[in-house]
Design a protein around this ligand. Structure first.
Ligand code: MN3
Length: 198
């Protein structure tokens, strides 16, 4: 199986003003496409050819840095597009909300801690809400890494590489993270991944 670039699940201007058409054109058409192209080239002739994307990500971690970086970023971005929607944010589906309160204190505390994970990720990377051993955890990872390689299942992630926010927010990463949590998150998709992970 080779990597292919998925279509955005909404129009390029659908997330404005929180994420602009220009950001999505660059981020999806150029950056994600590059991970797909480079990943396919690096996959050729390796033991992971023909494996699923998750198997490639987990298998190449610590063994083939070039392939891992591109496969990890391909996985992360496939979900990242779906972790957002027009008129996002808002109410969290009941089961998931209950679990957030149980494991992370409260919805407000979750939002603060998740944004803080993104703010404090030094340099490029991601902040995550993941399921580990049946519990929700907030984590952060550098570059293309994700919770899959740490024995957890990611159910929400936010890209804090500058290419994700610099056009719209310049250096104001905290403002981007606040907009993501308050106005972009597609909670139905997060809840769907949560129900599969537990
Ligand atoms: Mn990105």
């Amino acid at each position: 199986m080779s990597f292919t670039l998925p279509e955005l699940p909404y129009a390029y201007d659908a997330l404005a003003p929180f994420m602009s058409r220009e950001t999505l054109e660059y981020h999806h058409d150029k950056h994600h496409q590059a991970y797909v192209t480079n990943g396919n080239n690096l996959l050729k002739g390796t033991e992971w050819e023909g494996k699923s994307l998750e198997e490639i990500v987990k298998g190449s971690y610590g063994k083939n840095a070039g392939l891992f970086n591109n496969a990890g970023q391909h996985y992360n971005h496939i979900h990242f597009w779906k972790w957002m929607k027009p008129n996002g944010g808002g109410a969290i589906p009941g089961e998931l909300e209950k679990k957030i309160v149980e494991d992370l204190g409260s919805v407000e505390k979750f939002k603060e801690d998740f944004a803080q994970a993104g703010v404090t990720q030094f340099g490029s990377g991601w902040a995550w809400l993941a399921v580990k051993d049946g519990k929700l955890v907030i984590t952060k990872t550098p570059n293309g890494e994700n919770p899959l390689v740490h024995g957890a299942t990611p159910i929400l992630g936010v890209d804090v590489w500058e290419h994700s926010y610099y056009i719209d927010y310049r250096n104001r990463r905290p403002d981007y993270l606040k907009a993501f949590v308050d106005s972009l998150v597609n909670w139905e998709y997060v809840a769907e991944l949560y129900s599969k992970a537990v």
